[in-house]
Design a protein around this ligand. Sequence first.
Ligand SMILES: [Fe+2]
Length: 206
Amino acid sequence: MPQIDSLFVTRLYRAKLSEHGKSIDPQELNASCLGIADDDQAGQNWCEENEFPGYTSYASLTDLPWRSPIFADLVASLDKHVAAFAKDCAFDLGDKKLQLEDIWINILPQGGIHTAHIHPHSVVSGTTYVAMPTGTSAIKFEDPRLQMMMAAPTRLKDAKPELRNFIYAKPDVGDVLLWESWLRHEVPMNMAEEERISVSFNYGWS
Ligand SMILES: [Fe+2]
């Protein structure tokens, strides 16, 4: 038997938020997200002016953990998840650590999409899921080597996950996903009637 190794792997972390820190009631987090969005006129204006489908607090609010105690608890939990992921990635962080840079709310209505992007200037990015109605979008990750594969055949539909060029992850409410910030991802169209609500964040090395 030949030896065939997987090289240059891309790690995707998935866990229950509740594995670290205080337990966070998904209903309460959902209500907080909706309440903050409702009050955030500047954010609503930004979304309208930029034709952003639904709502994001990314451009308007930089203080969610100070604004709301449930977000402070959430960040305390995320810090531990991110530390566990950094360990798995074997990052040599020296005497610095991965620290929260941004955290924001996303509310994606029916028909809304979030096109492919990376999170520049950060090390680890991720999302925790607050409302995932039946039939709503997965998150789609793209093979970072895709642009080098001009002549490579596409992969069989039943190829092993580590050999596929695209991965669709379908998290549940209360899950947290983490990946390295350079990994391109997108949220395909939300086909559910209800809103898809998530909280995303970036961690930097400082
Ligand atoms: Fe993103």
